[in-house]
Design a protein around this ligand. Sequence first.
Ligand SMILES: [Mg+2]
Length: 372
Amino acid sequence: MKITNVETLYLRQPEVKELCDSGQDALIVRVTTDAGITGIGEVDSSPLAVKGVIEGPFSHTTATGLKHVLIGEDPFQTEFLWHKMYRANIYAGRRGIGIHAMSGIDLALWDIKGKALGLPVWKLLGGGFHNKLRCYASSLFGPTPAATRDLARRFRDQGFEAVKFGWDPMGRDAKTDVELVRQGRKGLGDDADLLIDAGLVWDAKTALQRARAFEEFNIFWLEEPLRPDDYEGYRKLSEATSVRIAAGEEESNRLSFLELMDRGKIDVVQIDLTRVGGFTEAMKIASLAYDRGLMVANHGFTTYINVTAALHFLNSIPNALIVEFVAEEGTNLRERITRQRIRAQDGYLAIPDAPGLGIDLDDSGVEALRVA
Ligand SMILES: [Mg+2]
């Protein structure tokens, strides 16, 4: 089997609000082969920059569009192709957008392998740890503490036993910060897990003050309180609080994760399959975490392709903690671009068992929302 084409599809809702909601647009990668098998993947990054990384021309041997080096290759050789792509774009691609772009391609290649063999990706990865995985409903905070309480109640009524709130208005002032968590807990009740995603807002000492204030509300983890490069801050915070510290969604490739684990001493390693280098790299990061006694969760705030990839991955490692799941349905882009729409049942997600990723594009939704 040979790769015949690599395409990027940029999808965007007609209205994109200036919010920290990365589900309003999507960059999909589609890889086709001469066997008639097509694989899909996704990249959650700066969409048109990723498009350029993939579709750009050969410039020179270490600055080459990724599509250029993939045409004619065998999609089964995922490890080899990962390194071929890495080498071909090493000037621009050792971290960040280059690795992000490789992620979408790697997911699509594993999708092709699974479809060709008639097996789900988790089986190709050697997994099978679970039949279903516990998820948390992932949401932005409401605009006020009271609105956050109402949101928490709604998720609890939908059957979720874990809920996360994140980003703005957290970080505005001490009183609001604590009140957001207090009201989140109030809406959720005492018998569900409350996760807090601060959204990169504090220095280490402020983060420690907040972690101590939040202890009263028994939070499951405190996510990304600090700038992603503040490894010393992460270490000081982690060593001084009993609250689990989670981070990783800003990282791409395993060396950056090693910094967070070994210098930053974080507790939960959050891996976004659409950013870290796909399954090929995510499995290595999970092993590094396992060796350090750390649990792994996915990160994903975009489409059901990302969630599906995460389920295959988390079902293939011994240290999966919980699945991030955006439970907002409505008219969002994610509801329109894949044929399968993933739903939680009593706070759990089923492990996919169709060949490959087990998720397909909805051609009419893609056509309607494609802008590039
Ligand atoms: Mg986050």
